[in-house]
Design a protein around this ligand. Sequence first.
Ligand code: URP
Ligand code: ZN
Ligand code: ZN
Length: 487
Amino acid sequence: MSLLIRGGTVVNADQSFRADVLCEGDKIVAVGPDLQAPAGARVVEAGGAYVMPGGIDPHTHMQLPFMGTTASEDFFTGTAAGMAGGNTLIIDFVIPGPNDAPLDAFKQWSSWAEKSAGDYSFHVAVTNWNETISEQMGVLTREHGVNSFKHFMAYKGALLVEDDVLLQSFTRCLELGAVPSVHAENGEVVYLMQKSLLAAGITGPEGHPLSRPSSIEAEAAGRAITIAGMAGSPVYIVHVSARETVEAIARARAGGQRVYGEILAQHLLVDESVYYDKDWKKAAAHVMSPPFRSKDHQEALWAALASGTCQTTATDHCCFMIEQKLMGKDNFTGIPNGTAGIEDRMAVLWSEGVRKGRLTPNEFVAVTSANCAKIFNIYPQRGVIQPGADAALVVWDPEASRTISAKTHHQKVDYNVYEGLTVTGIPAVTVSGGKVVYEKGELKVEKGAGKYIKRPTFPSVVTAQTLRNTLTAPKGVKREPVAAVTP
Ligand code: URP
Ligand code: ZN
Ligand code: ZN
C-alpha cells in the first residue's frame, strides 16, 4: 500500500523544509518536492500543515495493576487515544513485583499488549536484586529488545528499591549497554511524612503534595545521579517536576555526566492548587506522583526543555476512574496515584509551548519524539522524517483548535486534568504502519495492529568509555577497568 502526503512542510528536529512524503508499506521511501503518487496510492493533502515524526510517549502505564486496583486504560484504548493525539509509539513499563521474575512479568505485559492499536515498546522495572534478576536483565536485552530498566525510589513497601540495588543494577545496565531510569522521590521520607500528616488529622488529597515536597524529589534525583556517577552509567530521570531537580541535572551534565530528564506535559500546566478543590473528587483526580507543584516550578520546566537540560516529554499516562480514586476517601495515601494525558500531550506542548514562543517547531519535534528515539536507541527508525524511517507520522494543523474535555476525549477515564482548555495546533491526520489511523477527528484503528518495537542496547565500548572517564586513577596508580565491563 502506498501513501503520499502532499504539499506539507516537513519539520524534523534539525530543520524544516517543503516536501512531499511517500510511504510504501510501513516505511518512508522518499521525501522531496513534487513526488508522483504511484498507481492506487492514497493521497493526503497537507497544504498549510506540518508533517512531523509521530509522537513517542516514553512513559505510560496501560492496565497497570497498582495500589490495589488496575489502571482503567488498556493497551487498545490507550494506544488508540494516543494516536488521536498524534502519537505513534508508547514505551510502557513492565513492573514485576519484588518476588517476581522479570521474564515472567515481561511475558505477562506482552500478552496484555497484543491488543494494542498502536506500536509499543517496554522498559522493565527492577524492584529487587538477586542473581536471577541480573541474569534475566541480560536475556531481556539480548532476546527481547529491552534497553532500559526503571527503578522506583518511592512507594515504600511495594516497588521501592534502596541505594544498594540502584548501584548494582546501574552497574549491570552499564555492562549490558542499557539505560537505567529512576522515579526520584525519597520514599522513606514520604512514608514518614504521610504518617505524621494522617496523625495530625490531614486525610484529604491536600495531604498528597504536603507529603511529597519538591526537596524530596531533588534529594532522590541527586542521589541517583551520584550513584550513576559511581557506576559510570548514564541515568534517565522520569517525570522531573521541580526546579531543584532541573538544577541537579544541569549541574551533573555540566560536570560531564550523561544524565537525562523527562518532563510530563501535565506538570507544565497544572499547579498544586488543584489539591485544595472543595470537591473531593476533583482534588483526588489529580493525585499523582510527583504531585503538581507551585507555578514557579513550571517556568523552570519549560526552560529545561528549551535549553536541553531535559530532553523528553511524556505523560505517565496512568488512568484511574473517580470510582477508583474513592479508595482513598478517608485516607489520601489510599488514592491510586496517576493521571491521564496521552491524547493531549502534543497539542498542549504546541499550544502552550510553540505558540507562546517557549519552543520552536523543531524543538517541539526534539522533545516529543527525536530525543526520545536517540536516548532509547531507535533513531532514525523513529523520530525523523526521512527515507528508511518507519511510516509513523503526524500531519499537524497549526491553526485548528479543540477544547479539551473528558466528555469528548478518547481516553478511558472520566476526568481530564486540562478540562476546558482550548488548544490551537492539533493533529489532522495520524499515520501508523503506513496507514491513516486518525483523520478529521475520527479514529480508524484496529485491535492488534500495533507492533512491538525492539530497542537494541548501546555498544559496550560507549558505556565503558563513560566508566573509564569516571574512574580516573590518581597519578602513578594503575587502575584496571572494572572486570565486568567489556572494553
Ligand atoms: O502517580 C503516578 N505517577 N503513577 C504511576 C506510577 C509512577 O510513579 O510512575
Ligand atoms: Zn513514577
Ligand atoms: Zn510512571
